[in-house]
Design a protein around this ligand. Structure first.
Ligand code: MF3
Ligand code: CO
Length: 254
C-alpha cells in the first residue's frame, strides 16, 4: 500500500516551540545587523550570535553540523552561503554580507538569513539585496493552505529573473522541525500549479539565493563556502515560515 506522503503538520504546541526558536533567530539577526560596519570581522558577528543563544538558553543547530565550526554563516560578496566566520574576514565599505543564523529551543529548530550592505554600496548591490528580499516575500505569500511548492519556486525565480538576476539551483530551502534540514527540499524555481501541496501546520525554511551574474556555484577549499563560479555577487534571504489557516506566519521575525 502506498501511504499518502506529506509535509508534517505541526500541532499548536509544536508551533509554539518553533516560534520560540524563531524569535531567538530573529534577535540574532537584529543584534548582528546592528553590528555590521566597515572594519568588523565576521568572527565578531559570530560572537554576537553566540551571546544571544547563551542568554536565551538556546543551542546552535549550526555548530558541529557535519563539523561546522560556528553558530552563524557569514558570506561576503561572491560567497552565496556557508561562509565560515573568521577574524581574518574583515568587512569593507561597499561589501555586502549574507548572515545565516539558527537556534534550537526545546528540540525545535529555527533558521533564517538576511543580506546587508556594509556602509554604502553600489546601487546595483543595493538592488540585488532588495530583490532577494522581494523574492522571499513573494515565496512566503504562496505559503497558504492548498498552495503548491511549484508556486513558491516560480514566485522566487519570477521576481529574481524579472529583475535581471539569477537563482541558485544547486541549493534549496527545506522542511524544518525537530531537525534543521527535513524533507521536502524547497527549490527556488518551479512551475506554478505543480509540486507538493501545502497544508496548515507545515513549516518550511524558504531561502532564495539570488546572483547578479551566473548562478553556477563552486565550493572553496575550506569545504564550506559556496561561491558564484563567475565571481559575481549574491544575496541570500531566508525565513522559517508556518502555513496557518490565516495564511503564512513568519516564525523568525520579531
Ligand atoms: N542554515 C543553513 C540553511 O539555510 C545551513 C547552515 S549549514 C551549517 O540551510 F553547517 F552552517 F550549519
Ligand atoms: Co535553511
Amino acid at each position: 500500500m502506498l501511504l499518502a506522503r506529506g509535509i508534517p503538520q505541526r500541532r499548536p504546541a509544536e508551533l509554539a516551540a518553533m516560534r520560540r526558536a524563531g524569535q531567538v533567530v530573529a534577535e540574532m539577526h537584529e543584534r548582528i545587523r546592528a553590528a555590521i560596519a566597515p572594519g568588523v570581522s565576521t568572527a565578531t558577528l559570530d560572537g554576537i550570535g553566540r551571546e544571544v543563544l547563551e542568554r536565551r538558553g538556546a543551542t546552535s543547530n549550526f555548530l558541529g553540523y557535519h563539523g561546522y565550526p560556528a553558530v552563524i554563516c557569514a558570506s561576503p560578496n561572491e560567497v552565496i552561503v556557508h561562509g565560515i566566520p573568521s577574524s581574518d574576514v574583515v568587512l569593507d565599505e561597499g561589501d555586502i554580507v549574507s548572515v545565516d543564523c539558527g537556534a534550537v529551543v526545546d528540540g525545535w529548530h529555527g533558521d533564517a538569513a538576511f543580506t546587508a550592505p556594509v556602509g554604502s554600496v553600489a546601487p546595483e548591490d543595493q538592488r540585488l539585496i532588495e530583490v532577494a528580499e522581494l523574492a522571499l516575500d513573494a515565496a512566503i505569500a504562496t505559503m497558504v493552505d492548498g498552495g503548491r511548492l511549484g508556486d513558491l519556486g516560480a514566485a522566487v525565480s519570477g521576481v529574481a529573473q524579472g529583475a535581471g538576476f539569477t537563482v541558485v539551483r544547486e541549493y534549496t530551502g527545506h522542511g524544518i522541525g525537530t531537525a534543521m534540514h527535513e524533507e521536502p527540499s524547497v527549490p527556488n524555481h518551479g512551475r506554478a500549479g505543480t509540486g507538493l501541496r501545502l497544508r496548515a501546520g507545515n513549516v518550511l525554511a524558504v531561502e532564495p539565493m539570488v546572483c547578479a551574474g551566473s548562478a553556477v556555484t563552486a565550493v572553496l577549499d575550506d569545504g564550506w563556502s559556496v561561491v558564484t563560479a563567475d565571481g559575481s555577487r549574491a544575496a541570500h534571504t531566508e525565513h522559517t515560515v508556518a502555513v496557518t489557516d490565516d495564511g503564512p506566519e513568519i516564525l523568525t521575525r520579531l
